[in-house]
Design a protein around this ligand. Structure first.
Ligand SMILES: C[S@@+](CC[C@H](N)C(=O)[O-])C[C@H]1O[C@@H](n2cnc3c(N)ncnc32)[C@H](O)[C@@H]1O
Length: 274
């Protein structure tokens, strides 16, 4: 089966599990009109005030970050994802939060036509996004086309070094066993389960195809797409547990134990279209 169909089936089955999970905690966002997801809380100091801006969230999943971006003041908020089940949850969440949001079902690579040529002041994507896409160069070209002149890309994702590591070891050694650079062939994951709490017994579409993209490849793709990079940060922690033995450094944030912080866990790129 083509990678898109495999991955889509997986995300469609994960969506209701995530919607019911404590990890995503939709009820908190609905109950408190000031509440934001941990992801957007982390990014907020750099995202700044989005008042008056048209914001696009690529790979928006069930909308928790999309709703939270709206709460930073965005004039309009659009979420895009290829998982129809994720978008059902996202639409209901936005309605329950009394937020006017547009959700578009589309592959990222078809976003320009799916959005009818509309362009945005901010294109945001984060936390488990690029690894689902086979080609980072094409992704960056799509992003550049979606930005207005002067518009900004905000990307925060897992570090490509993290994706090289053997994550099933129990001896706490960091062993590089997977390719760092973007490969033509995908990494095929057949592990059952997902990264949230909740019942995964109905999760049968477990085979996914993923790709790593070296940091240099991503940076160069953004530059080649015509964007000017203003920020490249590497982060010591991230929002999920890549290994059982990571430590929780803040609610919902995980890092390698003190004295063993050998590698960055995430990175952020901000870039502007001139
Ligand atoms: C880890 S989640 C998104 C991360 C987001 N930080 C979150 O937790 O809500 C990855 C999302 O990417 C979407 N996705 C994967 N491949 C895609 C593609 N080719 N086009 C559009 N969406 C895609 C999935 O449906 C899923 O909703």
């Amino acid at each position: 089966m083509a990678y898109v169909e495999l991955n889509k089936a997986n995300w469609n089955q994960r969506a209701p599990i995530h919607a019911a999970s404590d990890s995503y905690n939709l009820a908190r966002l609905i109950a408190d009109p000031e509440a934001r997801s941990n992801v957007i809380d982390y990014d907020a100091p750099h995202l700044g005030d989005l008042t008056g801006l048209d914001v696009l969230h690529l790979q928006c999943h069930i909308g928790t970050d999309t709703v939270s971006l709206s709460r930073l003041g965005a004039r309009s908020i659009t979420g895009l994802d290829f998982s129809v089940e994720s978008l059902k949850v996202a639409r209901r969440l936005a309605a329950d939060c009394a937020i006017e949001a547009t959700f578009i079902e589309s592959d990222v690579y078809s976003a320009v036509s799916a959005l009818g040529g509309k362009t945005f002041d901010v294109v945001y994507s984060s936390v488990g996004a690029l690894n689902w896409l086979p080609n980072v160069k094409t992704w960056a070209e799509v992003v550049a086309t979606l930005l207005k002149p002067g518009g900004r890309l905000y990307l925060r994702d897992a570090h490509p070094m993290l994706y090289t590591l053997e994550y099933t070891r129990d001896d706490q050694l960091l062993v590089v066993s997977l390719p760092y650079f973007e490969m033509r062939d995908p990494y095929v994951d057949d592990e059952p389960g997902t990264y949230t709490d909740g019942d995964t017994s109905n999760l049968t579409a477990i085979t996914t195809h993923e790709w790593n993209h070296g940091l240099g490849e991503t940076v160069q793709a953004v530059i080649d797409a015509g964007l000017c990079i203003s920020r490249l940060d590497e982060h010591i922690d991230l929002e999920w547990k890549p290994f059982e033995w990571v430590v929780e450094t803040a609610p919902g944030r995980y890092a390698l134990p003190e004295g063993r912080e050998r590698l960055p866990m995430m990175y952020t790129i901000e870039a502007t279209k001139s």
